[in-house]
Design a protein around this ligand. Sequence first.
Ligand SMILES: Nc1ncnc2c1ncn2[C@@H]1O[C@H](COP(=O)(O)OP(=O)(O)OP(=O)(O)O)[C@@H](O)[C@H]1O
Length: 568
Amino acid sequence: MIRIWKMMNSKKIIFIVTLIFLEAVGFLVLPTLAAEILNLAAQGIETGAVRTIGIVMIVVTLITIVIAVFSTRLSAQESQGLGNTLRKKLFEKIMSFSSQELSSFGTSTLITRTSNDVMQIQLVTMLMLRLIIMSPIVMVVSFLFAFQREAQLAWVFAVTIPAIAIGVGLILRKASPIFRSIQKKTDRLNQIFREGLTGMRVIRAFNTTSYEEERFDEANQDFRDTSIRANTILALMLPVMIIVMGISNVLIFTQGTQLISLGIMDIGNLVAFVQYGVQMLISILQVAMLFFFLPRAEVSAERILEVLDTELHIRDESDVDTLGPVDKVNLELKDVAFGFKGAERDAVCDINMNLEPGDTLAIIGGTGSGKTTIANLITRLYEATSGEILVNGKDIGTIKQHELRENIGYAPQQALLFSGTIRSNLQYGNPQASEEEMWHALSIAQADFVEDLDRRVEAGGRNFSGGQRQRLNIARAIVSQPNIYIFDDSFSALDFKTDAKLREALKPETEDAIVIIIAQRVNTVVNADEILVLDNGQIVGRGSHEELMATNRLYQDIVSSQTKGAGE
Ligand SMILES: Nc1ncnc2c1ncn2[C@@H]1O[C@H](COP(=O)(O)OP(=O)(O)OP(=O)(O)O)[C@@H](O)[C@H]1O
């Protein structure tokens, strides 16, 4: 928590503390002034002095109110600002995560950490700035004022303060672990809710809606019961406070009236003393309240720092090399292998290829044979476990990730669009793309369904069909005019005719570029300069369509299974 608080502007915090100090002194001076009025009135002293003190009280109150409003506003600004900084840092960090880090956390918890956990920190920071700073000041100043008013009654605090401290301490001990667990339960609730939302179609198709509802109800009830338990314990604070205040007042009044009857004490001082006593007890209670929220915020802080401290698996080294502004590149993979953490065998191994500008390479293979993994290795979304991937002779691990990816136009297997417009989606590929370039890319991608670049795109592109999304993804890759095109199963939803037309239109566009086409369909790969046949992560055949037809058993099987399928 301290590490997170250190992210705040220390000068502003000092300023806020000063304002809060003035605010506390302002409010606490009032009982003393009121006591003076009562004392003067009891002694029958002329009204002029009483009026002067009254005016001073009004002025002090007004100034204190202005300070209070100002300091509350600044505290809110600072705590909101901290939330803002945390969300920004988290977002930037998560955006730099590789697939490995993303899957090790999971999407739900990352969302909870960026939203709910940050809100907990904001809340506690606001409380901290107001209560934790205000309360000790109020306690000390109240004690000093009370002591100055009547030193002989100050012993009452020796009874009441330990009593409230013990009561609050016991309650805290019981409640803290419960508050800690609430955060974990929030996570679980979010996870189930998210799974339910994203998997809604599958849930309906498999008729498992009631099972999902039960799962959600269980987590929801668990969350509710824990929250009720925590709040029930929290509610004990009030009776503790009332009892201790009652005891405090009885002691002060019985002792105070004796002192008054003995002529040692004035009536005004007794009233002021009672008010200071109440202020002190309220301050203790306020600090205690903060301790209720603190364990939850502490857990939130740990969870946020866990994300921020995650060591990036793939990152730019400090002495990064540069490709420079190039309009042609060659790409070489030398004995590349990659295995997922914990997997029994490598997802791909012994991958070799050497591609020059203008080359078209196709990769074909069954499900899970490692095609997408190769694309992810070239784009450096995965880091090769061994071997080298070279662009213009430079290892991609030594080039800035941003620069590497500037040279790659990638149409992923799961065509993804962002909420916005078709224009904004195409500009993801190239922010400077002109209207003409965008229409040109759309026409190559055979996206003839687009009539308006400003047509709305819903989140994930859900208002487009799978095939339309694919074509827009292809157009986005073309708009970026890269030196390396990677189409990962991007033509699978296109009919044979459109697939052929698209590849034909793409040819003049990619004369100086490397094109890698990943596909399961023979028609899509048949014209490539070279076809790699992948099986279980290994290249089991390479050559042109004709060469493979003559020599490669697996390729022959794929072709015959597809021609049979087409003939049926
Ligand atoms: N995140 C992951 N964690 C662990 N293993 C994975 C992960 N992603 C893929 N794999 C495994 O790696 C292997 C290669 O997967 P890859 O996605 O490259 O196959 P693919 O040839 O593209 O398949 P498809 O044509 O079905 O998309 C598969 O055996 C798969 O189970």
